[in-house]
Write a protein that binds this ligand. Sequence first.
Ligand SMILES: Cc1cc2nc3c(=O)[nH]c(=O)nc-3n(C[C@H](O)[C@H](O)[C@H](O)COP(=O)(O)OP(=O)(O)OC[C@H]3O[C@@H](n4cnc5c(N)ncnc54)[C@H](O)[C@@H]3O)c2cc1C
Length: 381
Amino acid sequence: MDSVYFREEHNLLRDQVRRFVETEIKPQGDAWERDGMVPRQILRKMGELGYFGLRFPEKYGGSGMDVFAMIVLAEELGRSTYGGVSVTVMVHSAMSSPHLVHAGTEAQIAKYLPGIISGETICAIAVSEPDAGSDVAGMRTRAVRDGDDWVLNGAKMFISNGYYGDLYFVAAKTDPQAKGSRGISMFIVERGTPGFKIGLKLEKFGIHCSDTAELFFEDCRVPAKNMLGAENRGFYAVMQNFQNERLSIGAMATSESAKALEMTIEHVRGRAAFGGALIDKQGIRQRLAMSQCKLLAARQLLYHAAWLDSQGKDCVAEVSMAKAHCAEVTQEVMYNCQQFHGGMGYIRESAIERMVRDARLHAIGGGATEVMLEEVAKRWH
Ligand SMILES: Cc1cc2nc3c(=O)[nH]c(=O)nc-3n(C[C@H](O)[C@H](O)[C@H](O)COP(=O)(O)OP(=O)(O)OC[C@H]3O[C@@H](n4cnc5c(N)ncnc54)[C@H](O)[C@@H]3O)c2cc1C
């Protein structure tokens, strides 16, 4: 890709992931959608190829690459047409496991990171609750110190990789008297910890091969050494990693819709109506050209926000704008793509139908569009 943002190492990675998507994901994606999961064997292969350690320091077994490597991974998975695969992988590699490296002690990192990088240990991030999603500070899950343990009680909702995951980064209130976002801490909770129960595997509108679950904590004892980062600073850790999360969602969204647009252009070229190809209808052609234009603009905003982040700048507003804009443009582009596929775009298991459903999540998950826009407006002086 010709771009000021991507260097040779990114382009090599892109080629490699693209080949992986063609040979390992696309031929099996339909079966995974039916099974409601991405097989472990595939995740381990991705681990072997280094995709889960792209941004982690080399001293910990990662590749030490920058934010654009994460964007390449999200974009190429997005092109697979299986949004559930992208979510499974990006939740593990960009939304959950970075918490360990950002806030973990050397002992925590040494214990958990090798398995995370190899794909043996799949991670989830558990912040949302039945009564608190957008309003993170409103969470009710409590952790109370008791001797050498913290005792967790509460419930989490909509947790990706929640059903089949191994390691959970869980946010809980440790100081319920503290105002607003203060008083939240993060904990590392292993699957199988007594008192930690995995509830329903939730049936969803889209991303069927990504497992999503409810989680319950009932007097769940977590050793004090599994607190991640400083006590009562968990909200800031969550906020810090929101940048990664939002950039990766923007990248998934725009690449999924760019792929849908390519497929639609091909479709209208081949489909005849009223004595000519659909592409000869100016109304269709121009709407698709405008989709392409809006997608290019959204991507450039995303890359700009990622670049600001890579320079260590305060860019919460720009990242929020990028997430909101990429997600909303994606909705519009997906609508057009489905529209110009006609009836086939409405038929279950046509790729476009699946892609439209999968992409709907981008405007809701990881901070809904309206919440992103509040992040922008909050920073007006
Ligand atoms: C498939 C899926 C996977 C998910 N994965 C995870 C995960 O792995 N980990 C995790 O912690 N969470 C996860 N989530 C949760 C997700 O982040 C939340 O659903 C999202 O943040 C919205 O929260 P909510 O559902 O509670 O909606 P609410 O907070 O109830 O908001 C409902 C709607 O109201 C609007 N709204 C909210 N606040 C405002 C405002 N201030 N101004 C204007 N409008 C507003 C928005 O349109 C929003 O969609 C996942 C969700 C889904 C659907």
